[in-house]
Design a protein around this ligand. Sequence first.
Ligand code: ADP
Ligand code: MG
Length: 666
Amino acid sequence: MNNPPVNNPALIELQGIRKRYGGGDSPSIEVLKGVSLRIHAGEFVAIVGASGSGKSTLMNILGCLDRPSAGSYRFAGHDVAALGHDELAWLRREAFGFVFQGYHLIPSASARENVEMPAIYAGTPAPQRAARTQALLERLGLGQRTANRPHQLSGGQQQRVSIARALVNGGHIILADEPTGALDSHSGAQVMALLDELAAEGHVIILITHDRQVAERAERIIEIHDGEIISDRPRRALAAPLARTQLPGTELSTIELARRLSGDHAVPSGAWLGELREAWRGAWRVMWSNRLRTALTLLGIVIGVASVVVMLAVGEGSKRQVMAQMGAFGSNIIYLSGYAPNPRAPQGVVSLDDVAAIATLPQVKKAMPVNGAELTVRYANLDMQAYVGGNNTDFPRILNWPVVQGSYFTAQDEARAATVAVIGDRVRRTLFGAADPIGRYLLIENVPFQVVGVLAAKGASSGDKDADNRIAIPYSAASIRLFGKAEPEYVIIAAAEGGQVQRAGAAIEQLMLQLHRGQHDFELTNNAAMIEAEARTQNTLSLMLGAIAAISLLVGGIGVMNVMLMTVRERTREIGIRVAVGARQRDILRQFLTEASLLSLVGGVTGVILALGVGIGLHLAGVTVAFTAAAAVGAFACALLTGLVFGFMPARQAARLDPVAALASQ
Ligand code: ADP
Ligand code: MG
């Protein structure tokens, strides 16, 4: 009887649709037993039947929320079985609008946000979305209730919100499952009047009800009993189902839908921004309403991130300190001294001939012998211990150590073994205080030396050794007057170029072995080696803090995963609703991933704040800390990554939920 015109095929065509539940260990029951049905554009159809007859099952199949076990479903000429996830989501979003007996609004969202949701998934630009939402809510008499949450609305109002939601993307086909079932008679009548209006405007209405009287509003009544259609008749003798005038613009023809269905279902670019914003808002709401749980969950991430930041800050601090020390004397300095190759052997001696030979190496810029020791120094009634080193006039240049008062001793002083001294800053402070030391005589081991210059303060000290606690005197004077030996205690060698220290060291080693007939009775050290040793200590510390960070982040990540799994369980119905209004799997995935990352980002921010606190504490305790942008970025990256990695499993679980089961959950 419903022969369609050739140019307008059936919008919906079911052929032998069966739906079986159970199987496996539970007994299998067939809920739909071969339903065949055609619905055309512009129809207002009621599907009526007793409770349990399979109406909702049929509706879920019609609305592409569920797939039949057998039979074919063609929508606008397209085989629905052949459509992918995204195309089905597109259909739910653009072609269908669901109205449920239980309203199925998202409880944490306002009326406006509930209505807007399908438009967000469709990628409608925000201003358009807001205007359409407002217009629909006003039309349905809810203009004053847009900010109310579902629990602040009556049943009738909630149902009208859900109708507005069904219409926001056009709602060409309204699938209403017992829309008045939970309403009082007045509200029920209002909703029915609304459906009448929509039908008159050209929307296809598929009304599912157990109430014969309600069904009488439709133009065509399909009766279903125990999974089978037992009658299908027009309410009145209508000429044809398509006889009704269709308002232009309000209804898409089957052909137009078919055209769009075969076209591009990509959500317009920029839509993700709206979705992201909505996801953030939603995530924030969920976190805020579970403050304690959130705080406890985040503890691991907070500690993890704080450890990362502190570790980087301490590492950076000590690196800078070492660099400052290195910079104080230059990175190209190598020290050479005698050494006992084994406990019984005498300590090797580096001779001045060795020094002269080393100075000729092309990798060496300068080699300066130092003949020195820690000695008692006296001035007036004051005395102190200081390192007294005999060396030549290269000293200020090699060690990058200028004289700030008076002048350095000269080559002449050196030649005539003059008893002159250039004193370090610490010596000056201890013995002379504020007085001018130039020209005064000090006693070094009872030998008077005249002060001719003061060295600049280095300020760099390693351990308890203070570089400024030093006196430089001519090498000759030291050998003759103080030590009675010509051989140096050690040799300071400047490599030809900063980067050549290792190569120069190797060359010196080779030369020395040759000069000492294969005896390795000398020792070479350099600043780079000292820095390396420092770095090793640093690495141990970093490793420890890194382990704490890793464990905390792991624990934090598991916490996030746990909370996300709980969230998914608690909000299963919400997920079902979102899928029903047209969210794609990836939208759900994105939403829950956003929530997980927001959660861990909040943990990250807290962690950075905690780290700053710890940093201030360490600073007060005398540890050099240096906070860097890299540390902050690293911390955020860690937090975000933790959220993404550990949020992925729950998010995917959410995205893969069966929408029908999700909707039915409490
Ligand atoms: P109606 O909406 O007409 O009241 P339904 O379509 O909801 O009926 O359900 C029809 C029959 O299918 C009922 O007997 C119900 O118990 C059964 N049923 C529905 N969903 C499931 C399911 N997921 N697993 C097993 N049986 C189900
Ligand atoms: Mg039902």
